[in-house]
Design a protein around this ligand. Structure first.
Ligand code: CA2
Length: 148
């Protein structure tokens, strides 16, 4: 069976490439999706790419990922810094989750320095813009190894 991963994007990331390019870069989420799909295809891995502006929808997607995907790459957007519910959903789905951010959250405003996701993620990639997505795929697939 083909191994599959989920890339889940949180609030406002649908606006990528349209505003604040100085912070988040010029690439749209559609461009990122195409880049990730091409990489997944070349690696022979299944990929589902989703975005939602709603906390509950992100939690539902994590619950639904169990038994379907081998792991998750999550850019939780602003919910990174606020959502205990999202943190609990990651714990309960019992899947490896790579935390991803376009910007270097540690070099930004103090309120972005704390992440509720970090304590339940296998690791974090941040600060590399859109290039972080394929990096996160490599990191997740290396973590998963050959056996899942
Ligand atoms: O750097 C990241 O990827 C973030 O997860 C992005 C979030 C921010 O709240 C996190 O601290 C770090 C914000 C996403 C907003 O995306 C926009 C994109 C274009 C225009 C406006 C917002």
């Amino acid at each position: 069976m083909t191994r599959s991963i989920l890339i889940l994007n949180g609030p406002n990331l649908n606006l990528l490439g349209t505003r604040q390019p100085e912070v988040y870069g010029p690439t749209t989420l559609k461009d990122i999706e195409a880049m990730c799909k091409a990489k997944a295809e070349s690696l022979g891995v299944g990929l589902v790419f989703q975005q939602s502006n709603h906390e509950g929808a992100l939690i539902d997607a994590l619950h639904a990922a169990r038994g379907v995907h081998a792991g998750v790459i999550l850019n939780a957007g602003g919910y990174t810094h606020t959502s205990i519910a999202l943190m609990d959903a990651i714990s309960s789905c019992a899947l490896p989750v790579v935390e991803l951010h376009l910007s270097n959250i540690h070099a930004r405003e103090p309120f972005r320095h704390h992440s509720y996701i970090s304590s339940v993620a296998i690791g974090q990639i941040c600060g590399f813009g859109a290039a972080g997505y394929p990096l996160a795929m490599d990191a997740l697939l290396a973590y998963l190894g050959d056996d899942q």
